[in-house]
Design a protein around this ligand. Structure first.
Ligand code: EPZ
Length: 424
């Protein structure tokens, strides 16, 4: 129908108990930097357990635009970077997501000159890239920034450097590791990010022949090598999707069995659910059983921190659990200035939440009620789905496009566990 705006949304009939087994998808935040890093090699890399997400598609669009070929066989991606021809990434591709900036380290390692615009991504408050740019400058890259465009070139060769990050930035640590892998000499990153996705990227680069030590710790050392070769790698499970599914189980009083999960990646998340009264049992040989109480207890205080602290990406889904828990919960969002876009929508569903700057106070209610709500970012969308699963009645959630950036076929995953959820 010409001129008619089609809005897709989720319709969720809440109040149902979930049950069964769920396999956790591959990690978005591992797949994206590893796809960019594949540019360091010349040839075919094979990546297993890659989730089907719009952010992964956006990354593949950039790879194809610069001359790579990429195909998918189920959850395996085969990327051939032999024939890269372009050293420019247009703003239309850069603006689709924040992690497009990770291409800077990979491209400058391959070309003497690279042009791209500043990245886009979820609105979580200011998201500067100064740490990325300063580090690359230390490694010999001349960078001019004009009108939102970056023009980067190296006169001689990329070289190692001692880089002390003021913030343990995930993206900056990844960009430096990628640029340093084939640079002249040794690079030392202090106050590096320690997220499991950093270790996964290091494992992939090491499989390609890189020399990296200390990934997952605060000091990472990269001894540059002349050349890397393509490799095969399996992406780790997505710990944030796992935390979201646990929130869904908790708010519906459900018992669920998780497969393809790495409990050590959730060491700051599982205790929070235990504080809520959930029981968590590890299964020998892998997997975990998650049992929820009839009524959740408030986890009292949640402060988001760099890994291994509580992940900011799980803040929103956990807030939906706190919204129906018995008691007050205080959230302190330390990572991003404005990451409470979901609060007003949770209040539409009957939650009692007050926000003051980076602090949110959640007074748990006995029951949420269905409503028509709108998501404004990825994890906020996940929080609304979790809340709607617990609310009495049929809720409508707009902003499907946000959820599909990070959750693969979420309505099918939840329906397979007994939820009444569909995309219309
Ligand atoms: C990664 O973003 C994740 N994205 C984010 O997940 C996650 O929220 C974030 O790390 C923190 O854990 C991906 O991995 C693709 P940062 P990134 O650089 O790399 C400041 C999701 O929902 N900073 O670690 O962009 C920055 O402003 C997404 O999946 C600078 O000041 O995050 C922030 O306050 C959302 N200067 C803090 O550091 C810089 O140059 C942490 O940001 C870079 C960052």
């Amino acid at each position: 129908m010409k001129g008619c705006l089609v809005v897709s949304m989720y319709v969720v009939e809440g109040g149902r108990t979930l049950s069964g087994e769920v396999r956790v998808q591959g990690s978005k935040n591992s797949t994206l930097p590893i796809l960019a890093a594949s540019l360091l090699c010349c040839g075919e890399s094979v990546l297993f357990n890659c989730p089907r997400l719009s952010d992964v598609d956006a990354t593949l669009s950039i790879l194809r635009y610069i001359g790579c070929s990429a195909r998918r066989e189920g959850d395996t991606l085969i990327v051939d970077t032999a024939s890269v021809t372009r050293n420019v990434i247009p703003s239309g591709l850069m603006h689709r997501m924040r992690s497009s900036i990770i291409f800077l380290g990979a491209m400058i390692a391959r070309f003497d000159r690279v042009k791209m615009s500043f990245p886009g991504g979820c609105e979580l408050g200011p998201r500067p890239i100064d740490l990325h740019l300063n580090a690359l400058r230390e490694m010999g890259v001349a960078i001019s920034e004009e009108h939102g465009e970056l023009d980067c070139c190296i006169s001689d060769r990329l070289h190692g450097a001692k880089i002390a990050l003021t913030v343990p930035s995930v993206g900056a640590t990844e960009n430096i590791m990628i640029a340093a892998a084939t640079a002249d000499g040794t690079t030392v990153i202090s106050n590096a990010a320690r997220e499991p996705e950093i270790t996964d990227l290091a494992d992939y680069l090491t499989a390609c022949g890189a020399k990296i030590s200390g990934a997952g710790e605060s000091t990472v050392i990269i001894d540059g090598v002349k050349r890397l070769h393509p490799a095969t790698h399996a992406i780790i499970p997505d710990r944030i999707v796992a935390a979201t599914l646990m929130s869904a189980a908790a708010v519906t009083g459900s018992d669920i069995r998780f497969t393809s999960i790495i409990p050590s990646h959730l060491e700051s998340v599982l205790p929070v659910f235990r504080d809520c009264g959930c029981e968590i049992e590890m299964i020998s040989g892998g997997g975990m059983v998650f049992r929820s109480p009839y009524r959740l207890q408030s986890p009292r205080l949640i402060r988001t921190m760099p890994y291994p602290g509580f992940p900011t990406d799980a803040q929103a889904p956990l807030m939906s659990a706190a919204a129906v828990a018995d008691g007050l919960t205080v959230f302190v969002e330390n990572m991003f200035e404005s990451r409470y876009s979901h609060v007003s929508e949770l209040c539409r569903l009957g939650a009692d939440i007050r926000v003051e700057g980076r602090v949110a106070v959640v007074d748990g209610v006995r029951r949420l009620l269905s409503a028509h709500v709108r998501a404004r970012d990825l994890r906020g969308a996940a929080a609304l789905v979790v809340a709607a699963l617990s609310a009495r009645g049929k809720s409508e959630i707009e902003g499907v496009e946000y959820l599909e950036r990070g959750y693969e076929d979420f309505e099918l995953v939840l329906s397979a566990l007994g939820a009444e959820m569909k995309k219309v």
